[in-house]
Design a protein around this ligand. Structure first.
Ligand SMILES: NC(=O)c1ccc[n+]([C@@H]2O[C@H](COP(=O)([O-])OP(=O)(O)OC[C@H]3O[C@@H](n4cnc5c(N)ncnc54)[C@H](OP(=O)(O)O)[C@@H]3O)[C@@H](O)[C@H]2O)c1
Length: 228
């Protein structure tokens, strides 16, 4: 399997190390200034760049018919036209703000908790996350997706959302509920970037040879779910 790495930064380099150990061939390493045509012929690409670059990169990969696993965050305002470009080119894309399998399981726990707590308005709810000081978007895409999942589960009460950016932290997300009598805290803590990198490779193996637009939730829990 030939992998193109678009965005050879913290995530791209860690994905490369784990991919090589897992038997992948690195077909191309692409940063700003590298022609995306270098990705032509790859079985799949991973895209971890930034919100300003991601839409054009996905469009160019779709035109090359290279399926792409998109990890870049902070661009969901452009989702509709990007998905349309991928679909009309007959290419494929998986997207997620968080490729940690544990974080996806955590999202399901949060959804179930929100469904239960929605009938108990004596609890106030919060969402909080912390990431390293270099992370550009805040709140994180993962926290926004968690609050969306709560809304989807019928949680109509206010959720106070906040973010911290400091140091080298790879990412903690917390959802909590507090009443006069007690506090319920749900927390996911990433230990390193390895969980994101491993999940991106699970998605890459899954999407190679497919066409369509998918989320990592489809990869893990859909009708043709990958084994992890
Ligand atoms: N979904 C997840 O699980 C997950 C996990 C961690 C991080 N992320 C997200 O992934 C993104 C990257 O994170 P990171 O920590 O790896 O960032 P990073 O270390 O800053 O790396 C970004 C890389 O993208 C390159 N780049 C910039 N513009 C480009 C372009 N137009 N075409 C190709 N490459 C370009 C940069 O190269 P230059 O030096 O040439 O600019 C840099 O090497 C962020 O949006 C972050 O929030 C997602």
């Amino acid at each position: 399997m030939k992998l193109a790495i678009v965005g050879y930064g913290r995530m791209g380099q860690r994905i490369e190390q784990l991919a090589v150990a897992d038997g992948w061939t690195i077909h191309a390493r692409i940063n700003s200034g590298t022609d995306l045509a270098a990705a032509a012929g790859a079985d799949v690409a991973v895209e971890f760049t930034n919100a300003a670059a991601v839409a054009a990169n996905i469009g160019a990969l779709a035109a090359l018919r290279v399926p792409v696993v998109v990890g870049t965050t902070g661009w969901l305002g452009q989702l509709a036209h990007v998905e349309a470009a991928v679909a009309s080119a007959g290419s494929a894309m998986v997207r997620s703000a968080n490729y940690s399998v544990g974080a996806q399981l955590f999202a399901r726990v949060v959804r179930d908790a929100a469904r239960l707590l929605s009938a108990h308005p004596q609890y106030g709810a919060w969402g909080w996350e912390i990431h390293h000081g270099g992370k550009q978007d805040a709140p994180s895409g993962t926290l926004l997706a968690l609050v969306d999942a709560m809304r989807g589960a019928g949680y109509a009460h206010a959720v106070d959302v906040s973010s911290s950016r400091a140091g080298a932290h790879p990412g903690t997300h917390e959802i909590g509920f507090d009443s006069l009598d007690d506090t319920i805290t749900l927390r996911h803590t990433a230990r390193s970037r390895d969980g994101f990198a491993r999940g991106a490779l699970i998605a890459a193996r899954w999407v190679a040879g497919r066409s369509g637009v998918f989320t990592f939730d489809d990869v893990l829990f859909g009708p043709h779910a990958a084994t992890t």
